[in-house]
Design a protein around this ligand. Sequence first.
Ligand code: SF4
Length: 429
Amino acid sequence: MSGADGIAGCDATPVLKERGQREVFCGLTGIVWLHRKMQDAFFLVVGSRTCAHLLQSAAGVMIFAEPRFGTAIMEEKDLAGLADANEELDREVDRLLARRPDIKQLFLVGSCPSEVIKLDLSRAAERLTERHGPQVRVLNYSGSGIETTFTQGEDACLAALAPEMEATDAEQLLIVGSLPDIVEDQFLRLFGQMGIENVHSFPARRREDMPAIGPNTRLLLAQPFLGDTLAALQKRGARHLPAPFPFGADGTAQWLETGAEAMGADETRVAEAIAAPRARARAAVAKVAETLRHRRIFFFPDSQLEIPLARFLARECGMSPVEVGTPFLHRGIVGPDLSLLPEGPVISEGQDVDLQLDRARAARADLTVCGLGLANPLEAEGLSTKWAIELVFSPIHGFEQAADLAELFARPLRRRAMIERMHPARVGA
Ligand code: SF4
């Protein structure tokens, strides 16, 4: 298949599937952005000191604020099954909720250790809901590294929330996936300008604002890593609207148009609402694209954002993707982006990290997008890298952020060019 402009896309490209050693963060990482979004939620990781350490270092500044996440540390005696871990967990939750009446939703987050001892957190969540409901809703999901990569934590969390939504028959549009508030507000404003008022976000910022769902709900995913969430929402009768993800001027326009069309908005009004911010975004991206044009980029599989991002970088910034790796290729979700990604790159799913490192070294792309663990060794080999996790922590969706998104890729290239000018002998050493 090809895009409207006749450029052949990647939907017929054979996918290189690999199953081997992976180098990615676990799903606990999602707590770092989820706790910012859901302002009356608390995430209690039932895990080890390693889990606590990961969260604290990933969350950085949060340790200075009144935190909305914590770790119920499982000691060795728990792991050996000598103590009743359930009793300890209940005590921990009682203490927490007595101290923090502002908590309205409590997530018990499973980890590798809780999985290893087979602690049944869904039973614990039921038991604790009976004890503390209706003031507090207690849910559970797994963020363990055995089961999840880093963006799957959000997927598991939202999938756990889906059955809790009230039912409705109202015609409505649901934006699915946690976005920074500022980006969410921009989208709501744009839909408002198109005359579409019945638009809600999932997850909501507070429990009392949680949207309802039903057969007349149309789902517009804002994040491509929400496969389980999508299935859970479809089970409630809602209909998915496949669309390119809202990255860049064109991706954002098509995403908005898809939502507007499904809601029966007036075409002229939609075009008017989109025209000015799209033109501004295009102009701003074009400036940054001067640094990116014709540069080759290699994506390791980390966040599931890779295919939509590669589409944006290829089509709007003139980059040449060499390999686009993704942990999972969900065609129902990223199909539209795959069709728009110009033919050429290797599309790979899953990971065998040593084999992929060999390919990355052979390709020596101008920019390699990868996890923190791979970035330093590759930098030492003279490759420029971009940390995949930054793309999840930064506001990158929508018209107003399009140039910032391009800039995230341009910065490491400019940095390298500067080092090359200053110390020509050090680069590639
Ligand atoms: S859940 Fe597993 S992978 Fe994640 S920090 Fe804890 S022990 Fe490590």
